[in-house]
Unconditional design. Structure first.
Length: 225
């Protein structure tokens, strides 16, 4: 049996790991090291990546587009083609367990499921530096009925939640706003609400209900919802 090729990889500056390692390990023997790596996965949370001469791969969970004048390859949310240098792989695809739960969100719903929803609406956000529409919506809905906020931002339950899925399950609704709105930019927020069998109140990717193609191209593709 032939051995897998060895690849030295380094993640830095907030690069999204997600499912990347698992996928690469199917084809290569991976060594995680910051000593002369072959491939450097990086994001926007620092500048460590400029210290390496290996192949730079932009892998970011934020609403930031790759600069192909600087990176060799990129994983991102954009609907675009750039030969073999770009793969559309939005952030939510890295959340495999939540994605599977979302696909089965209509199953196993019982009267007890509805009885367990003791909260009107949940909100779990730690980053307060986002589009002001999220804060405005929270404040407006709060005037109608109490919203249980379990993140660091606008926390009103006395602590940050340890189990987001369990917390969301207790709510009839969940405010699942993205930090900002750009076509294709879909994070874990929407699918985690679906996975918890709560009703998401969503704002962000205007194309989210349109067919998505993780390859970044056109043609027939599977609907997100």
């Amino acid at each position: 049996m032939s051995q897998k090729p060895i690849k030295k990889i380094h993640f830095c500056d907030g690069a999204v790991k997600g499912k990347i390692l698992k996928i690469l390990q199917e084809h290569y023997e991976i060594i995680l090291t910051d000593k002369d790596p072959d491939y450097i996965f990086y994001s926007v949370m620092g500048e460590e990546h400029i210290n390496y001469d290996g192949i730079r791969i932009f892998s970011c969970g934020e609403n930031v587009r790759a600069d192909f004048n600087f990176c060799d390859y990129a994983l991102g949310y954009d609907y675009m083609h750039f030969e073999d240098r770009y793969l559309r792989y939005p952030l939510y695809l890295h959340y495999q367990n939540d994605t599977q739960k979302t696909a089965n969100k209509h199953l196993h719903i019982s009267p007890q499921t509805l009885k367990d929803k003791t909260r009107f609406c949940t909100f779990v956000v730690s980053n307060g530096k986002a589009d002001e529409q999220r804060t405005h919506f929270f404040d407006m809905l709060e005037q109608y009925s109490h919203i249980d906020s379990g993140g660091r931002y606008k926390n009103n339950i006395g602590k940050c939640v340890d189990d987001k899925d369990a917390f969301l399950k207790e709510g009839k609704f969940n405010i699942a706003f993205e930090n900002s709105s750009t076509n294709g930019y879909t994070t874990e927020k929407l699918i985690q609400a679906f996975a918890a069998q709560t009703i998401p109140i969503y704002w962000g990717d205007e194309r989210v209900t349109m067919p998505l193609d993780s390859s970044g191209g056109g043609g027939k593709s599977k609907s997100f919802c």
